[in-house]
Write a protein that binds this ligand. Structure first.
Ligand SMILES: Cc1cc2nc3c(=O)[nH]c(=O)nc-3n(C[C@H](O)[C@H](O)[C@H](O)COP(=O)(O)O)c2cc1C
Length: 175
């Protein structure tokens, strides 16, 4: 088993990807993006929101990693209609979480921490034998038809503080 963690994330608008890349920079983990087979239009709300509400799972493209090679997984996701996205639903249902330490990172547009998402994802991963150890949540500037994403420099300190308090990097690195 590798001591290198794996970062696996879905990001349609790019916010979760900003966080994923910062975690990658600070930890040197492997980085894998979940991609849906179907193409989606930016700005679409009703279709994606209903799919999330109904708990749909979408087809995702094959990914080049071996879960068994990693004991620590960073899983990056976001909120659609107060639910997880179809791509993330599929990934969680397929992935072998048994024995894995899982760190969630979540972006969403509301001010509040998405506790219902954290509870739901934790329940699903626990059921598969994994352990959700810690959660990082960050607000994104997202509005429909707005291309802004979390600025990369806004995320450096929050990510380093989180990684340091979780014991995943040295405190000195976060200073
Ligand atoms: C269809 C849709 C529904 C959304 N619903 C919510 C919501 O219920 N609560 C929330 O806080 N953010 C909501 N958002 C905002 C996203 O969670 C937020 O912008 C997130 O950072 C997007 O991640 P990404 O840029 O990595 O795709 C929604 C976004 C979309 C596209």
């Amino acid at each position: 088993m590798s001591i290198k963690p794996l970062i696996v994330y879905y990001s349609f608008y790019g916010n979760t990807e900003v966080v994923a890349k910062e975690i990658q920079k600070q930890t040197g983990s492997d980085l894998i993006r979940i991609e849906e087979v179907k193409s989606r239009k930016k700005g679409a709300m009703i279709g994606p929101a209903f799919a999330a509400l109904l708990g749909c799972k979408s087809a995702i493209k094959p990914m080049d990693f071996i879960m068994a090679d990693h004991d620590t997984i960073f899983l990056g996701l976001q909120v659609w209609a107060r639910h997880t996205t179809p791509a993330i639903n599929r990934f969680i249902s397929k992935a072998a979480f048994k024995g894995k330490k899982v760190y969630l990172f979540i972006t969403n547009a509301e001010q509040t921490k998405p506790e219902n998402i954290i509870a739901s994802v934790t329940r699903r991963i626990t059921k598969k034998g994994g352990t959700v150890v810690d959660v990082f949540a960050h607000r994104s500037p997202w509005l429909p038809n707005d291309d802004r994403v979390i600025p990369a420099d806004e995320i450096i300190n929050p990510v380093s503080s989180w990684l340091a308090q979780a014991g995943l990097i040295d405190d000195a690195q976060s200073a």
